[in-house]
Design a protein around this ligand. Structure first.
Ligand code: ZN
Length: 126
């Protein structure tokens, strides 16, 4: 894995991993609504009971074809967190966020996991 830094609208983004399009493993996959590349496999879903900016959101242990924005402190319904917005690496649409750090002990399991907004996604397969 390597990191690539570039600017998008004044925000510094780090693109993690390889820059070509990666397939999500598994039969049922969420794809980006904007450009239809794979975003995550249902095999890696942790919870479907999350609230995003645009309604229902899913928590994933792993995502693909995503770039990570800068760290921001944010108060969410579950307390204080450090999060990074995440963008589709293909079309640069905002698709959710990553939990970098959670303050509450009960929320620490989310660290390193990713929220994908259902509104920005479509289902493929399954
Ligand atoms: Zn996209």
């Amino acid at each position: 894995m390597f990191l690539v830094f570039f600017d998008l609208g004044g925000k510094k983004l780090a693109a993690m991993g390889r820059l070509f399009i990666e397939d999500a493993k598994g039969e049922k996959v969420l794809i980006c609504r904007g450009c239809r590349v794979d975003s995550a496999s249902y095999d890696d879903i942790e919870s479907k009971e999350f609230q995003g900016r645009y309604g229902r959101a899913y928590l994933f242990r792993k995502v693909v074809n995503i770039v990570i924005g800068s760290s921001e402190e944010r108060i969410l319904s579950s307390g204080f967190h450090v999060v990074n917005d995440i963008y589709c690496s293909s079309c640069m649409q905002l698709v959710g966020w990553r939990y970098e750090r959670a303050e509450e002990e009960s929320q620490k399991y989310k660290e390193g996991m990713f929220i994908l907004e259902k509104e920005r996604m479509e289902k493929k397969g399954g």
